[in-house]
Ligand binder design. Sequence first.
Ligand code: PLP
Length: 272
Amino acid sequence: LTAPPAGTAPRRVLTVAGSDSGGGAGIQADLRTFALLGVHGCVAVTAVTVQNSVGVSDVQEIAPPIVAAQIDSVTSDIGVQAVKTGMLASAPIIHAVAAAFDAAGIGGDGLPLVVDPVCASMHGDALLAADARSTLVEVLFPRATLVTPNLDEVRLLTGIDVVDEVTQQAAARELHRLGARWALIKGGHLRTSDRSPDLLYDGKQFHRFDGPRMDTPHDHGAGDTLAAAAAAALAHGHSLPEAVAFAKEWVTRALAAAYPLGAGHGPVSPLW
Ligand code: PLP
């Protein structure tokens, strides 16, 4: 994915997500990946998290109308070619985001929408209210071009415990049934082998993306980074399976180059 000639506008991607004060995940991770992949990143902040390598100690949600207004402001002037959602915090924010997406032609048959269904941090801190999980599924999945849950998110959102290839396929079918055009079930947390088998499904065909399982405690922001890379690739005009293949490689490299920071879990590397 290359940058445009000097002086011309690059492709733009909007991330609708939370801020991580530690700079590892959320908006900060998204913007690093966007910049490195030659797209201009725009932002609708949903929440400010008070966070470091040890965990999230507080969250300030942004008022839903202000979240929606950020989306309106960016799309009505700057324009974007793809959109990604991360931490959405609450049901009222999800409803506001969905209405803003509909007004801007984002998701569904419109602009590609990557939904990373963030529920909790790696430390177990809630990033989405428990009573908003069904809202995320009912309101956002039918608009999503791609959903990218990890196995914990699959369990929280569908009740399916993925333990092998058969249950991974069942989870992909269920997410597609719930409205996502494409479902990517990430296998990085499947501790059955030294591989990280991701499974992509569009209701017709299964696509497998195999990679090594990267055994590092420094994997903060890995999910955000994969979804951001997929959104950047879609903005560049790649097909969905190409975008997922690219994103898988991108996050594998970012995990390989991850570094320690603070007393807890360090972030995946921005690949400088
Ligand atoms: N903080 C914010 C704002 C996030 O958006 C996310 C993930 O999407 C996280 C933290 C959690 O990242 P991790 O699961 O890598 O700790």
